[in-house]
Design a protein around this ligand. Sequence first.
Ligand SMILES: [Zn+2]
Ligand SMILES: [Zn+2]
Length: 168
Amino acid sequence: MIINLNKFLSSAEISFNFEDNFIIDDEDFLEKTHLNKAIVFNGDFFKVEDSILLTGIIKYTYKVDCARCLTEFENTIRTKFEAFVVKKQDDDDNESDEIKLVLKDGCVNLDETIKQMIYLSMPMKSVCKADCKGICPTCGVNLNVEKCKCQNNGTDPRFDKLKNLLKD
Ligand SMILES: [Zn+2]
Ligand SMILES: [Zn+2]
């Protein structure tokens, strides 16, 4: 995704909002992350002293197996990041954690930053819904779909104790 900032830079405006759908054109990355090609990017650019601050929000969807019931579902994540748009990359500045985007003919290219942010924000574990019942540890049925006849029916005995406490 390349964003042209020329108009904004030459204007008197101090901020500029940009929102667009963005297609990630990197088969390798898409395969590794199970990401849907289309993502939404929303960015606010602010003029600050001699650089430009970008606050960006990325919304993406990817396929993942639920950590409780093991069923594949589409998970949607919104992640926020900040970056500085600079005129040129400082060589002695590699140690800082700040994300720097270098202006080229008044444009910034966000491809690498967006991919990096997606990688960093993907949760280790996800559940298909907050109240996912998971699978029965005894017979292995998906308790969201069917009930089984096993003794504990998938409920955690610790929760039963808690329920009794709450009754009093
Ligand atoms: Zn689930
Ligand atoms: Zn069971």
